[in-house]
Design a protein around this ligand. Structure first.
Ligand SMILES: [Zn+2]
Length: 165
């Protein structure tokens, strides 16, 4: 039904249009040749980059709001990267350092950290406050994206699998 998806490059922010049948392959950016779904989190402390990744990337984006001084954030960082590796075909994981990007935290009314917000095409579809494991991240994303099933991309192109974490 949807023959292609738009993926935002984590390296240069260019948008690549990728045939949906190939979205599960190691597709590279048409501009800088970086891997489009590298299985690692992307830092989005710049408000313009943040907006572009949230809105133009067709797969869901899970954003962790964190800060270097936050103990629970540091503990959670490893689980977050693990989830980024395991869920790379389903969603992009991104990080926002609230010390550097207070404007973004304020816009989304992030009251405490760590907080995770799940976006799909610019719209907030779920929020979790507190520390969480990699398995918990997968469950959280799956639960909230179930609500988005029936909308184009999530179900047919980038289905949320239930990885055995
Ligand atoms: Zn690129």
């Amino acid at each position: 039904m949807y023959a292609s998806v738009n993926l935002v490059c984590p390296g240069c922010d260019a948008v690549s249009r990728v045939a949906s049948a190939r979205a599960h392959e190691a597709t590279r950016c048409s501009r800088c040749r970086a891997e489009l779904l590298p299985g690692a989190s992307v830092s989005l402390d710049d408000p313009i980059r943040f907006q572009k990744h949230i809105i133009s990337h067709d797969a869901p984006v899970l954003v962790s709001f964190w800060a270097p001084w936050c103990g629970p954030c540091r503990i959670m960082a490893e689980a977050f990267e693990e989830a980024a590796r395991r869920l790379k075909w389903e969603l992009r994981l991104a990080k926002v350092n609230t010390d550097r990007a207070g404007q973004i935290a304020e816009r989304y009314q992030v009251q405490a950290i760590p907080t995770m917000i799940l976006f799909h095409r610019g719209r907030e579809v779920g929020r979790f406050q507190g520390s969480i494991t990699a398995a918990g991240i997968a469950r959280f994303a799956e639960d909230h994206l179930a609500a988005a099933r029936g909308t184009p991309v999530a179900p047919q192109v980038l289905p949320i699998a239930s990885p055995a974490l």
